[in-house]
Design a protein around this ligand. Structure first.
Ligand code: NAP
Length: 311
């Protein structure tokens, strides 16, 4: 008997953090009889072959998707349209075509027109990641207890969506279905805006004249350090996210700027009550995130603290 969410042949286009994590998790859970992958560069292909996780790594996307029952594009958002066009003539009838892009509206707009009518297009976004990229960065546990949002376009075959749901669930993810536009609005505030703020703060600190770069690095534990982790995320991926989710990000940025002005005013006027009320509300949000198991309750994100040695 095959496991729930099992596919005979899975093709992963791209073997970076997300593609590599899917390969590792799917292998471990027996979700594919065969996994075939492709990567753009010779260096990545050589490394993937060396890792020995997938059954084969090939040079062309066309070769990878031929005969595949599930094809997942694990590449930057901006590259998905061209790759969909490239693979379209080679797709097996009845195959499920998916992706992992962090933006969904643009993916549907860029990919759907190229795909033949006899395949099922079910876009997906695993809301899980790290600041690392490349073939060595993936790990099988990445999706455990994390959300994976599926955004099937209207009219998508329900059983295809359910098969993909089972695939992600077997890798440990919690699956939710929503429209591409709603996904983009939600992620604009929960993921895209925080990244933009981190990129801004780290850039601003770097440009400060009165505080030296070495001081910024030396005293980074005071909150700045956590921004630097986010601001170390892949530049290609995040460039594409902001270009592809422009409208929703600009909308959220407008609201953010208004709230920042309110806090600026409270500081200028010495309005401690307004500041206290705001910080109390945000503290409750953090508690809520911990309560639903989306982060650890351990202080300082569970970072180890060395014991104080007796003098
Ligand atoms: P990654 O580690 O940088 O891997 C990207 C992969 O895509 C590599 O195999 C790369 O091949 C390939 N690639 C790059 N440009 C390409 C192109 N123009 N055509 C074909 N292949 C190309 O990236 P990742 O973090 O796995 O991200 C992949 C996707 O996952 C993105 O759409 C991103 O939005 C989404 N995502 C990322 C995260 C996260 O936290 N990182 C979380 C959720 C979703 P080479 O190595 O040969 O260049």
């Amino acid at each position: 008997m095959t496991a729930a969410g099992h596919f005979k042949r899975v093709a992963l286009i791209g073997f970076g953090l997300i593609g590599g994590s899917i390969a590792r998790a799917a292998k471990l859970q027996g979700l594919a009889s065969e996994i075939i992958t492709t990567a753009r560069s010779e260096a990545t292909r050589a490394r993937v072959a060396e890792l020995g996780i997938v059954d084969s790594v090939v040079a062309t996307n066309a070769e990878a998707v031929e005969g595949a029952d599930l094809v997942i594009l694990c590449i930057p958002v901006g590259a998905c349209g061209a790759v969909a066009q490239e693979i379209a003539p080679y797709l097996k009838a009845g195959a499920i075509i998916s992706d992992v892009g962090s933006v969904k509206g643009s993916i549907v707009k860029d990919m759907a027109p190229h795909l033949p009518a006899n395949v099922h297009f079910v876009p997906a976004h695993p809301v899980a990641g790290t600041e690392h990229s490349g073939p060595d960065s993936g790990f099988a546990e990445l999706f455990i207890n994390r959300w994976c949002i599926l955004t099937p376009p209207e009219g998508t075959d329900v059983s295809a969506t359910e098969r993909l749901r089972a695939f992600w669930a077997a890798m440990g993810a919690k699956v939710e279905i929503m429209t591409p536009d709603h996904h983009d609005l939600v992620l604009a505030i929960t993921s895209h805006l925080p990244h933009l703020i981190a990129y801004t703060i780290v850039g601003t600190a770097d440009e400060l004249g009165q505080v030296t770069s070495s001081e910024v690095i030396k005293f980074s534990a005071g909150g700045f350090r956590d921004f630097t982790r986010i601001a170390a995320s892949d530049p290609t991926m995040w460039r594409d996210v902001f270009l592809a989710n422009k409208e929703a990000v600009l909308e959220m940025l407008g609201t953010f700027n208004e709230d920042l002005s309110k806090l600026t005013r409270a500081i200028r006027r010495g309005d401690g009550e307004a500041l206290f009320d705001h910080f109390t509300r945000t503290r409750a949000i953090r508690r809520g995130i911990v309560e639903i198991g989306q982060d650890s309750a351990a202080p300082d994100f569970g970072r180890p603290h060395l014991p104080l040695k007796k003098q």
